[in-house]
Design a protein around this ligand. Structure first.
Ligand code: FES
Length: 105
């Protein structure tokens, strides 16, 4: 089961920008990389630092706390599967943007 959550216009980042979004008690960081949107938990899987303010290079986000880098598309630590930040599918429909969140059974 999953839910699609529509983003308000001000929650959709412009090209090469990022927006922190609160959805049902979760903090998500939404990135626009060359007009593709990526949504991840705003919590580094290493020690929980915010990733929204990290350094972005292409679709790689670098955590400010200890410098680990994650692929925004897969969520995995670069060149590794040891750590993964939760990613969320982003869908577009009739001009609206939705984030798909899996519900716990
Ligand atoms: S908390 Fe992100 S790298 Fe340590």
């Amino acid at each position: 089961m999953s839910r699609r959550i529509a983003l308000a216009a001000n929650q959709v980042p412009e090209r090469n920008e990022r927006v922190l979004v609160e959805i049902h008690g979760k903090s998500l960081a939404v990135f626009n990389v060359a007009d593709t949107l990526y949504a991840i938990d705003d919590s580094c899987p290493h020690q929980g630092a915010s990733l929204c303010g990290g350094r972005l290079e292409g679709r790689v986000i670098q955590c400010c706390a200890h410098g680990l880098r994650f692929d925004l598309a897969s969520g995995y630590l670069l060149n590794s599967t040891a750590l993964k930040v939760q990613t969320y599918p982003v869908e577009h429909q009739e001009g609206e943007v939705f984030i798909v969140i899996a519900c716990q059974a």
